[in-house]
Each structure stands twice: as C-alpha cells, then as structure tokens.
Ligand binder design. Structure first.
Ligand code: HEM
Length: 150
C-alpha cells in the first residue's frame, strides 16, 4: 500500500494542497469579506445571504474535507513511516501538532454543519465559528510549511 502511495505522491500532495486552498479560502472569504458586509447590509438580508452561503458550502465542502483528510492520512503514513516519526524529531512534533489542529477544525466544521441542518446556526455562532476555524487554519498552514524548514 505504501508503495502505491509513494508512486502517486506528487498527485496526492496536489490533491491535499488543492483541497486545503478551497477549504481555507472559503473560510477566509467568510471572515474577511462576508463579515464586513454586516456594516452595509441590514440584518434580515444578511441572514438570508449567510443562509444561502451555508447551503452552497454544504453541497461541496464535505467532499473537499473528505479528500483533504484522506490525502492527509496517506501523506502522513508515507512521511512518518507509519507513526514512527512522532516524538523523535521536530518534524514529528510539528506534524503531530498540525494533525491535532486539523482534527479540531474537523470537529468545529462537523458541529457547525450539524447545527445548520438542525436550524441552530445563528449569525453570532456563524461569525465566531468561522473566526476560530480561520485561526486554527493559519496555525495548520504555518506548521505544514515550517515542519520542513525549522
Ligand atoms: C484542515 C485540514 C488540513 C489543512 C488545511 C492542511 C494543509 C496542508 C498544507 C497547506 C500542506 C502543505 C502542502 C504543500 O505545500 O506541499 C500540508 C501538508 C501535509 N499535510 Fe495537511 N492539512 C490538513 C489536514 C491534514 C491531516 C488530517 C493530515 C494527516 C492525518 C495531514 C498531513 C499532511 C502531511 C503529511 C503533509 C506533508 C506533505 C508533503 O509535503 O509530503 N494534513 N497540509
């Protein structure tokens, strides 16, 4: 299995990076663009816009997140030789921290999708959820790149 992953390594990295760009990009858009519209658009209209955005995101993001995590596991197995890099060098610690943050993001993402489906997502929760996820993602991307160089 590891030989197969190694053979397709560049493609798996490409899938992982592309999914990360879509995921992080969508959250950055919500925090940096959508939130700023609150100052210019009334609450009722803004609520409708956010509902429409969430409905659209729910259509494709679960697939993107699934591919992100599946490719992440394959890359982890290859880079870490199973789990043997964990705790042995700085690379292993950084990678472990990155995965922990990624699971924190997954937890927040799943709970917000769940809340949206059950009609429990209000504007305030929407805003804070996205800010937390964006902060976690900045940490993940920082670790993803520095784990190779620091
Ligand atoms: C929110 C979830 C995640 C995000 C945003 C994310 C983001 C990234 C980014 C930006 C890179 C650098 C890719 C490059 O420039 O070549 C990367 C690399 C990597 N990620 Fe993730 N990742 C996530 C989840 C995961 C998970 C769950 C795992 C493992 C279980 C994982 C394992 C890895 C590994 C091993 C690499 C190094 C790939 C290599 O260059 O060989 N990632 N990730």
């Amino acid at each position: 299995m590891r030989e197969l992953v190694a053979a397709y390594y560049p493609w798996i990295v490409l899938v992982h990076l592309s999914c990360a760009i879509v995921f992080v990009g969508a959250v950055a858009f919500e925090v940096l663009v959508l939130e700023a519209l609150h100052a210019r658009i009334d609450i009722a209209t803004m609520g409708q816009i956010e509902e429409a955005v969430m409905a659209r995101v729910r259509r494709f993001m679960p697939i993107v997140v699934l591919l992100l995590f599946l490719s992440g596991f394959a890359l982890f197995d290859l880079r870490c030789n199973g789990v043997s890099c964990i705790g042995t060098a700085r690379f292993g610690w950084f990678l472990l921290a990155k995965v922990v943050l990624a699971f924190a993001v997954l937890g927040v993402f799943v709970s917000s999708i769940w809340a949206g489906l059950r009609g429990r997502m209000n504007a305030c929760r929407f805003r804070y959820t996205h800010r937390i996820v964006l902060a976690l993602m900045v940490g993940i991307v920082f670790l993803a790149k520095t784990m190779f160089y620091l």
